[in-house]
Ligand binder design. Sequence first.
Ligand code: ADP
Length: 273
Amino acid sequence: IRASSTPVFTSQSEWLGSVVVYHDITASELADRMKTEFVATASHELRTPLTSISGYIDLLMLNTLGPLTEQQRQFLSVVKNNIERLNAILNDLLDVSRIESGKVRLQRKPINLDELIQSTVMAIHQQWSGKQISLALDVPDDLPPMIADPERMRQIITNLISNAYKYTRDGGRIDVVVSNGSDSVTLAVKDSGVGIAADDQQHIFTRFFRSENPLKEQAGGTGLGLNITKSLVELHGGKIWFDSEEGRGTTFTVQLPVGGDSDWTPASWLEGV
Ligand code: ADP
């Protein structure tokens, strides 16, 4: 049982009494909360030793213990890649539990969406290797300044474009198209990839859900990315949807209000600075 109490005063400011509200937290709600806390604590604790391991690998790669052979360097770089994957999984788990417990606070500020998209796309592009996928960007010149959390916006864009890359075969293409509405902007990420089977489409934003497709194993992933992306879009007051045909490709579309949601004012932003 959780209790909260609010004092009640007369118009002459005399204390009349208190209203006490008792909340019956059911067992399942409690179990849910404990699970969320457990996931948050476990992910957080696992990150600390991982940071240390990563630091020592970096030291070894700098030849601190003498020069490395080519094979030693290769093995260390496999370890390093796997540490990065683990880190990404832990970050996703932390994000999910923070979102679930309402702890994610957006750091909203005026942003230049054009610049943010260009730099995000460039950073993603640099990480691609192995597959040849062409990527075209179409951003209008007259995008209005927007109120949003720049890091979370990067995360949304990165997740969608990374998925488009993961689930598209060698030789495919990705188009990122931004368009202006009267008080919103729309960002579409269109790929010529494997698509999503009709029966799976209703589950695509569900946590840990990964649809069967020919690139699933090779792509790797946790099934958390889209769930996080959807929550982040909704925290910004926006909407996300997709259109997909198996074997032909998928388009994810995000629509965001340019003004952020209604509680943003320049004064509230300055308070947070
Ligand atoms: P994952 O870590 O598996 O990529 P996500 O939550 O990002 O997790 O996506 C959930 C599932 O949705 C993926 O496993 C994949 O089956 C499907 N999916 C997401 N984006 C695409 C896309 N662009 N094309 C085809 N399937 C996609």
